[in-house]
Design a protein around this ligand. Structure first.
Ligand SMILES: O=P(O)(O)OC[C@H]1O[C@H](OP(=O)(O)OP(=O)(O)O)[C@H](O)[C@@H]1O
Ligand code: HPA
Ligand SMILES: [Mg+2]
Length: 178
């Protein structure tokens, strides 16, 4: 299936405002603490880089990256999560916040949550920009959520279809071409 860039679901301005709000909540909650922010590549890269710049100097932040893949060239999860790149930080005894672009079936975040919890962090929380709540098959506890969105395949602001469209500054609906 081919897709084209459809209507804007979340504008640059709406995204900017929400990222600021999430950043200030995290800043208040973790003031004076040391935190490892984990970016889940590739989808979260744009959200992550905007979010961490809202955290400010009162949080002692480290950034690390984890790459997983489950969607491939499809709008449906393959059901199998694969680690493509692991963290380079030892998170044992540390406060950790996982930053994700989207929570859809919940497969990716439940897998990552379990994997990182086994490493004995002091605390582990999740910050997700988009929550496609209707699609959930695996329960995931999320502390910080940006927007709850309808069951539509979305692209832009880091989100892709088959590797395309991540660079778009707003979040759009992907429209099937037939
Ligand atoms: O809740 P789920 O159904 O698991 O879907 C969410 C995950 O799927 C996408 O990543 P993908 O595996 O496509 O890799 P990418 O981040 O490199 O695009 C998205 O970025 C989330 O990580
Ligand atoms: O709607 C989506 N768009 C892009 N990637 C995704 N991964 C899960 N759901 C989505
Ligand atoms: Mg992803």
């Amino acid at each position: 299936m081919e897709y084209r860039i459809g209507r804007v679901l979340l504008s640059e301005e709406e995204l900017r405002r929400k990222v600021k709000e999430l950043g200030s909540r995290i800043r208040e909650d973790y003031k004076g603490k040391k935190v490892v922010f984990v970016c889940v590549l590739k989808g979260a890269v744009i959200f992550f880089s905007d979010l961490v710049r809202e955290i400010g100097p009162d949080v002692d932040a480290q950034l690390d990256f984890l790459a997983i893949s489950s969607y491939g060239v499809s709008t449906k999860s393959s059901g199998v999560v694969k680690i493509q790149k692991d963290l380079s930080t030892d998170i044992h005894g540390k406060h950790v916040i996982i930053v994700e672009d989207i929570l859809d079936t919940g497969l990716s975040l439940s897998y990552i949550g379990k994997l990182l919890r086994e490493r004995g962090p002091e605390s582990l929380e999740i910050c997700v920009l988009l929550d496609k709540a209707e699609r959930r098959t695996q329960h995931v506890d999320v502390k910080y959520t940006g927007f709850t969105i309808p069951d539509e395949f979305v692209i832009g602001y880091g989100l892709d279809y088959a590797g395309q469209f991540r660079h778009l500054p707003a979040v759009h609906i992907a429209e099937p071409l037939d």
